[in-house]
Each structure stands twice: as structure tokens, then as C-alpha cells.
Design a protein around this ligand. Structure first.
Ligand SMILES: [Fe+2]
Ligand SMILES: [Fe+2]
Length: 383
């Protein structure tokens, strides 16, 4: 028998998921599909949706025969690597062939995964191509090379799936709108009965969650950044509440692994330099985590996203968080006093000085410089 493994958070499961699975069965690419519901890893807190709720909804939406909900990763708990899950499924079903179901974006990111080589060599794949990925020459060349180099068995299913997202479902529920067209009736009923996705996320909830995730030292830094960001916001006219939240949350992903940072930013088109640097990527990953988990505002998202490298023509809030991170009272290095003073008088010039100091440090320690940091500096440099 061919068993497909379909991994996801399924928060909640929707018709896009079930349609994909049914098409895989109809096209004889698998006889049975296990919907592998992920556990909730420490860096992803889904407000008011426990793993158990996500599993229950998945189970209720499936027939339980050819499409089955699986709680292996939930029972195991903690972080699950695809390689380990597939290995466990192979052991559980020794006479069957295990196929891992993935989209084109996941396929592109596979080289970064845990045990990537063995993963590609030891298992079979169903690549669900929803966006004509093979018409993109870059993807086509990459995929063909992967398949050849690792002797991969990949079945390709080209389909157009209904345009539905779990995020949209959660947002509609919060607004009291119906989700009939988007998910199974039983899932809709389950959401209503258990009052899921109704909680309004306040800044306090976000800050409390961050408090529970960061080390004491990092937390102290975040508190300091939040306070300085409010001071600067008052001077330069940014929203003080947003400055406090962005200051507190800017390093939300600072203590997760590089692999987790890459996972959170999978949907972004990023170059290799940034993908391999925790010092840069944590800012983007933190912003994506906050957006996905708490649906933070665009302005707070951008302030977190650009807090390490800045960008040309930053908003006042972005500048405030960028500088607060740099000058908070816990920072202590040569030249900091001058930059600190300048930050309260001329924030644009303080940005130039701060970047100059960072670049000097990077050069002295023989480290790479990210070109976007230079672009930010040049933009704010008064000629
Ligand atoms: Fe940071
Ligand atoms: Fe920071």
C-alpha cells in the first residue's frame, strides 16, 4: 500500500487540504493519507488553539479510512523533524511505501532540513504543484537536479486547489462571519462549540507570551528597548503604544535555531547571506512569528522586521525601534555615549553613526557585511 504523509498545523483544517488529499487518492498516488498534525513547538503559540483541538478538528473532517488524522507528533511532543517522523511511520508500516506530501516551496527548502541527504535518499515524495512551479526555469532546474543527485522518487501532481487559508478562517471567525464554504460543516460546529479563535489578542497577551519564551538576559534587553523606544517615540512623534510593543517584541525569535528561523520565513524571497545568518534572520523570523501568531499590525511588523538592517526611508516607528535597540542602557561599548546623545537630537544622523560603528566592528572582526545595511547608511548620510 502507498501511504502519503501530509504534515501541517491544520489550524484549522480546510477544504484546500482535503481537496488536495482527495486528488492524490483519485490519481492513485496514494491509497491512504495520514494527516500528521504538528505538536505546538515552543516558539509557536497559537492563541487558544491547543494541539488537541487542531487534532480533533482534523479528525472530524476526515473519513477515517483513506484520509486519517494522526497524532504521532502531538503524542511525541516537542519539535518533530520530518526525517524522524517518516522513519517512525516506516517502522510502523514496514510493508508499505511511505510518501511525503509537499508543496513546491517546501521542496525548495529541503536542503536546509534536518538530515536532508538521508531524507531525500530514503523516502518517496508527492510534489503537489499548485502554482505551475515547473514552468519557472529556476525551480525546474533545481528540482531536476535534486531528483537526479539524490535519486529521488518524486510523483508530481499538478492541481489547482481552492484558494482558502487557515488564517482567513480564523479572522472570519473572530469577526463572526460564516466559514461554510471554507471548511467542513463539522469543523465549523466544533469551532463554535469550543469558542475557538474568538479571543482578541491584546498587547499584554503578546508581551506575556514573549516573557515566557525568552531568557532572563534577553528579556531585560527587550524591556530596555521598549522603554527607550517609548522615549524616542514621544520625541519624534511615533505611536508610543506601538513603540512599546515593537520594542518588547523585536527579538521574539532571537533564541530559536537557524532552522526554525528559516521555517518561519519560508514564504519570503531571501538570499543565502541572510538565510545563513542568525544575527540578521532573527529579526525577520520574529516579525513573521508575531504576524502569524498574533496578527500584529503592519507597522509593528515592519519595525521588528527591519530592526537589524534598517531600510531606506524608514517610518518613524522603524527608526525608533532601530535606535532603541542600539542605545538601550544595557549596551556598553566604545562610542555609545555619543550615539546615545545624538539619538535624542537627530535620529537620522544617529542611525548613520550606529551603522558606522557596526560596520567598523564587522570589519575589525573579519565578518561579512550585509549590503542592505550599507544601503540604509547611504540613505541617511547627509552629503
Ligand atoms: Fe535583534
Ligand atoms: Fe535586540
Amino acid at each position: 500500500m502507498k501511504i502519503g504523509i501530509f504534515g501541517g498545523t491544520f489550524n484549522p483544517i480546510h477544504k484546500g487540504h482535503t481537496y488536495t488529499a482527495q486528488k492524490i487518492i483519485e490519481n492513485n498516488l496514494a491509497d491512504k493519507i495520514l494527516f500528521m498534525v504538528t505538536a505546538t513547538p515552543p516558539h509557536k503559540v497559537y492563541v487558544d488553539t491547543s494541539a488537541q483541538h487542531r487534532f480533533n478538528m482534523t479528525k472530524t473532517a476526515l473519513d477515517g479510512e483513506s484520509l486519517v488524522a494522526c497524532d504521532f507528533e502531538i503524542k511525541k511532543g516537542g519539535k518533530s523533524y520530518s526525517y524522524e517522523t517518516l522513519k517512525a511511520m516506516q517502522e510502523k508500516y514496514p510493508d508499505d511505501e511511505i510518501f511525503f506530501i509537499m508543496g513546491a516551496d517546501m521542496f525548495m527548502n529541503m536542503p536546509n532540513w534536518y538530515e536532508a541527504d538521508r531524507l531525500r535518499k530514503e523516502f518517496s515524495y508527492i510534489l503537489v504543484d499548485r502554482s505551475d512551479a515547473f514552468e519557472n526555469p529556476v525551480f525546474k532546474e533545481f528540482a531536476e537536479k535534486q531528483i537526479k543527485d539524490f535519486n529521488m522518487k518524486v510523483e508530481i501532481l499538478k492541481i489547482k486547489t481552492p484558494d482558502i487559508s487557515s488564517t482567513e478562517i480564523r479572522e472570519r471567525v473572530k469577526k463572526g462571519l460564516d466559514i461554510k464554504e471554507m471548511t467542513d460543516e463539522k469543523v465549523e460546529k466544533y469551532i463554535a462549540e469550543n469558542k475557538l479563535y474568538r479571543q482578541t489578542v491584546t498587547d499584554d497577551i503578546i508581551i506575556d507570551t514573549i516573557k515566557s519564551k525568552l531568557s532572563e538576559k534577553r528579556l531585560k534587553h527587550c524591556e530596555n528597548v521598549a522603554k527607550v523606544a517609548v522615549e524616542l517615540a514621544r520625541i519624534y512623534g511615533a505611536d508610543e503604544k506601538a513603540a512599546y510593543l515593537a520594542g518588547y517584541a523585536h527579538d521574539a525569535a532571537k533564541e530559536i535555531t537557524l532552522e526554525e528561523m528559516n521555517e518561519l520565513t519560508l514564504h519570503l524571497d531571501l538570499d543565502e547571506h541572510i538565510r545563513s545568518s542568525k544575527a540578521l534572520l532573527h529579526a525577520l523570523a520574529g516579525a513573521c512569528y508575531l504576524k502569524k501568531t498574533f496578527n500584529i499590525s503592519e507597522e509593528v511588523y515592519n519595525a521588528c522586521f527591519y530592526h537589524t538592517m534598517g531600510r531606506c526611508d524608514m517610518t518613524v516607528l522603524e527608526k525608533v525601534v532601530f535606535m532603541a535597540d542600539y542605545i538601550e542602557p544595557g549596551r556598553n561599548f566604545e562610542g555609545i555615549e555619543e550615539i546615545r546623545e545624538l539619538a535624542y537630537k537627530d535620529i537620522d544622523q544617529a542611525i548613520v553613526k550606529a551603522i558606522d560603528s557596526t560596520l567598523t566592528h564587522l570589519m575589525k572582526t573579519n565578518k561579512k557585511i550585509y549590503y542592505k545595511t550599507v544601503l540604509t547608511r547611504n540613505f541617511y548620510l547627509k552629503q
